[in-house]
Design a protein around this ligand. Structure first.
Ligand code: ATP
Length: 287
């Protein structure tokens, strides 16, 4: 089945003076997915998101979005002197598609008094207000830059839960960046890994996880295995080799064992090996 793409990047690149923050980025994001954009500090995540939502101009290539977009920036810009009620009024005035009933209901369910000044809220409450403002725009695509940064584990869980409820209710596409893969494990279904300004991985999380294995066996046979299957990471210790392989189950000699990988193990293996990539992805129809 072909899925239609809501975000399409082709040869996208951004250079700041001599530094390429993002290079040669070509990817498609299917409509209705919850997409995790992960990568270490300086990988180019914010640059990619800013290019996608039009806050930055590309040096090379292009990126397009189909539909209405709401963007929640990393620093969750809220006017700290305003009350929550004033922030909602502001949102209503600025956004034609604003859903006031939804916004009021969500603030009420969070047990936040409308008269409260935004500056007096906790980090978690502020994140929830910022998320409410973004959701009330009723976007087709919600883009969030590190929505969980600086939140404690409980607040992180609550923000993700709120987000998933909104996804279930509206079917919108979500694109969110994060450093913490474990926060995304049960919520996201599409993964993009950026590393050093390049896309290393882009695809359906279940398919990616099912398509990788850890193979362990005698070091002297490792080269012959790695000639048969693509290896992301090859670790030798004494006479044993551990190969992080991009492969379906594969017939191996009895001295070899294979085990499945977790999402986090897979992301870490790619990040440790910036030259490995799980590309290209399945081609998406843009219709
Ligand atoms: N305005 C700018 N001027 C110059 N260089 C920049 C600018 N913004 C970003 N960069 C550089 O581009 C690269 C990518 O930065 P970006 O902020 O996109 O990464 P990131 O993955 O979002 O990082 P983090 O996880 O730390 O937020 C980095 O090397 C950064 O130093």
């Amino acid at each position: 089945m072909t899925e239609s793409a809501i975000v399409e990047a082709t040869g996208l690149g951004k250079r700041y003076r001599r530094t390429w923050a993002l290079r040669d980025c070509s990817l498609s994001i299917p409509t209705g997915r919850v997409v995790a954009l992960v990568g270490p500090n300086g990988a180019g995540k914010t640059t990619f998101l800013h290019l996608a939502v039009g806050l930055l101009d590309a040096t090379l290539g292009s990126v397009s979005i189909k539909g209405a977009t709401a963007f929640l920036a990393q620093d969750k810009p809220l006017y700290t002197g305003f009350t929550i009620a004033e922030m909602l009024k502001f949102g209503k005035r600025l956004n034609p598609g604003w859903d006031d009933e939804f916004a009021l209901k969500r603030i009420d369910s969070l047990q936040l008094p409308l008269k409260h000044k935004v500056g007096k809220l906790s980090g978690g409450q502020r994140a929830q207000v910022a998320l409410t403002l973004a959701l009330a725009k009723r976007p087709d695509l919600l883009v969030l830059d590190e929505p969980l940064a600086n939140l404690d584990p409980l607040a992180r869980h609550e923000v993700m839960r709120g987000l998933m409820e909104a996804v279930a209710e509206t079917g919108m596409t979500v694109l969110l960046s994060s450093h913490v893969v474990s926060d995304l494990e049960n919520t996201c279904d599409w993964l993009i890994v950026l590393n050093g300004g390049r896309v290393q991985v882009s695809g359906d999380i279940d398919e990616l996880v099912a398509g990788h294995r850890i193979l362990t066996g005698p070091a002297e046979e490792a080269d012959s295995v790695s000639r048969r299957v693509p290896i992301v990471e090859d670790t030798r210790s004494g006479r044993q080799a551990t190969l992080f392989a991009r492969t379906e189950p594969v017939p191996l000699s009895p001295q070899w064992s294979e085990r499945p990988v977790s999402l986090e193990q897979m992301v870490l293996a790619y990040l440790r090996r910036p030259d490995s990539a799980s590309l290209p992805r399945p081609t998406l129809a843009t219709a």
